[in-house]
Design a protein around this ligand. Structure first.
Ligand code: DON
Length: 604
């Protein structure tokens, strides 16, 4: 059986590397003929003439199983486990640990994430391994003495929540995997201890974050001799290999107890100015995570949030992520239209943007960690409520956010991987350090970066975070609380209950809107998966009240019409987000990496 893959890269340097690898070692067998029995035939997508991604790109095709991730080496690790007889959970855990080695900008053991699982026999699961605020965290911890918001929730030792990744991955394996931890971690340990060849994507990413990495201990590892990792060089990470070996041997307690936990706590205490009081630590950039916080961390098993759209079923993440509710609410609003306007028209972008605006208005004020606040999940996902909201969308006019029906005034990095196995089981995972390389703080001796997830809280309710999100009291900081996320790992089932799509991605709040748009492209706009991922995108998040669109992705006449409807339009190179996705097609699966990012979909 051939191993098949497609590499996509947004930057030309990646592009050439990708081409070389495909030409050198992988026969590419691909198809876009995805007219599976449960779906009407796909239609050729028509994009604006100047649009940078062409329609008709080939997708990777595989008969038995598929892994799609932002790291080709991690996708290979997943396929290695599938080929060895592992199920989709075994493979997903292997990918997760491998990405901590090969994709340090977002793959991680110092961060957290979410996992949705759908077994072929119908069982489902949702795992919340989001970071938690440390015990010493409090509402105003990032405000200075004048009450102004500092940057300490984004950069440096104070920015981290207690990491959940190791607890999450090991819990998923223990509950649903079939292989031992050391077996699924073997590829990651090998990649860390023997090293791997730095590709241009990694070299570029380190270079772009040079000044952040330089400030902390990662400089020795990622900027050897003061220069960022060179493409083509072998990158070995002995400290990380040792940490991974310890986890493989001891399970989660190899991370949350003992030497690794001590190293994290020691790093938190480092370089804190003398005389800073307990309550001032975070606003001075001093870390607050202790060994006690680490020992107390637990992931949470939840029921997947189940919503429907035109007869399809979505399994997605309930709070502490806003992803499932906000994708589901947007789609419920759109379902109230008997059919959507034609893709690419002003009418189409208007109704889609209005649905996002309404759903984000609820998201930003009503959602938070369910262990701390009441979240009206039933209301927000009800079809009646969505229909009432849809009726407030004017036919040909934008309604300013402050006037939308559900408005209540309130006083860039992540990665996704999808796995399907030969039994029809599917796993969809999104994980993050928040910003690229997280807080920038590398744990000395343990070799990994810590997250800067505390910025996802409303550190000053009513004020914007790094994504411009203005959120409310529901998402204020409290000890032990999970910060609200936009991560939206989603599995879509067809009318017969079979897995049709597994998708998710990076981009902060844009994750919600781009996941929704790819679902619309597949279900309403009848695109094949490659086109659905290449199609131009828009973004609206209620506030700022701006309709963002991808430059050259919207026809001039459409733009003029949207402006005439009252939209403040903002062009961007790309909407800052990207997805990875797998779709069931006749005879197997297509896997596609967003052309806006690097990665590989590999199957067998
Ligand atoms: O959980 C969230 O919503 C954010 N921490 C995700 C961050 C992200 O996607 C950054 N990537 N561009």
């Amino acid at each position: 059986m051939n191993q098949v893959r497609t590499w996509f890269a947004v930057r030309s340097s990646h592009f050439w590397l990708g081409l070389l690898v495909v030409a050198a070692c992988t026969p590419s067998v691909s198809t876009t003929s995805d007219n599976s029995s449960a779906l009407p035939p796909r239609e050729a997508a028509v994009f604006p003439a100047g649009w940078r991604y062409t329609s008709g790109r080939t997708a990777a095709f595989a008969e038995h199983g598929m892994v799609a991730s932002n790291s080709p080496l991690a996708s290979e690790a997943g396929v290695e486990i599938l080929r060895a007889g592992g199920n989709a959970v075994d493979a997903a855990v292997a990918v997760g640990f491998a990405m901590a080695v090969t994709y340090p900008e977002a793959g991680n053991i110092g961060g957290g994430g979410y996992m949705i699982v759908r077994f072929a026999d119908g069982r489902t699961a949702a795992l919340d391994y989001r970071e938690m605020a440390a015990g010493a965290a409090f509402r105003d911890m990032y405000l200075d003495s004048a009450g102004n918001l500092t940057k300490m929730g984004l950069v440096g030792r104070a920015a981290s929540g207690v990491p959940g990744a190791v607890a999450g991955l090991t819990a998923a394996l223990a509950k649903y995997g079939t292989m031992s931890l050391d077996k699924v971690m073997a590829p990651a340990i090998r990649l860390a201890s023997e090293g791997f060849i730095v590709d241009s994507a990694l070299a570029r990413s380190v270079q772009e974050k040079d000044s952040l990495i330089r400030r902390f201990a990662g400089a020795n590892i990622f900027l050897p001799g003061g220069k960022s990792l060179a493409p083509g060089s072998r990158f070995v990470q002995p400290d990380l290999a040792q940490t991974l070996r310890r986890i493989a041997r001891e399970g989660a307690s190899g991370f949350y107890h003992g030497p690794v936990a001590e190293m994290i706590a020691a790093e938190m205490r480092r370089d804190c100015p003398q005389g800073v009081g307990e309550r001032q630590r975070a606003s001075h950039g001093c870390g607050i995570i202790t060994t006690r916080d680490l020992a107390a961390y637990q992931p949470a098993w939840r029921e997947p949030l189940t919503t429907t759209y035109r007869g399809y079923t979505l399994l997605s993440m309930p709070p502490s992520s806003s992803g499932g509710i906000t994708v589901g609410e947007s789609l419920n609003i759109l379902e109230a239209y008997s059919a959507l306007p034609r893709f690419g028209t002003a009418e189409y972008f208007h109704v889609v943007a209005s649905a996002f605006q309404l759903a984000f208005t609820d998201r930003n004020s009503k959602l938070g960690d369910p262990a701390f606040v009441n979240v009206p999940i039933a209301q927000l996902t009800s079809k009646d409520y969505a229909r009432r909201l849809q009726q407030t969308i004017a036919l040909d006019r934008h309604t300013p956010t402050e006037q939308v029906a559900n408005y209540a005034r309130e006083g860039t990095e992540t990665t996704n991987y999808a796995v399907v196995d030969s039994h029809g089981n599917a796993v969809e995972t999104t994980t993050t350090l928040n910003s690229l390389y997280g807080s920038g703080v590398l744990i000395r001796g343990a070799g990994f970066f810590m997250n800067d997830e505390m910025d996802d809280f409303a550190s000053a309710p009513g004020k914007a975070n790094q994504f411009g999100l203005i959120q409310g009291e529901q998402n204020a900081i409290a000890p032990g609380k999970r910060m609200l996320s936009a991560m939206s790992p989603t599995i879509v089932l067809d009318q017969r209950g079979n897995v049709l799509l597994a998708l998710g991605g990076r981009g902060g709040p844009r994750i919600i809107t781009i996941v929704t748009q790819v679902i619309l492209n597949v279900l309403d706009n009848r695109m094949n998966l490659a086109d659905a991922m290449s199609a131009p995108r828009i973004h609206h998040q209620a506030l700022p009240d701006t309709l963002r669109y991808e430059r050259d992705g919207v026809e001039d006449a459409t733009l003029e019409r949207l402006k005439a409807m009252g939209y403040a339009m903002k062009a961007q190179g790309n909407i800052e987000g990207s997805l990875t996705a797998i779709m069931r097609v006749r005879g197997g699966y297509n896997g596609v990496i967003d052309p806006r990012s690097a990665g590989a979909a590999i199957g067998y």
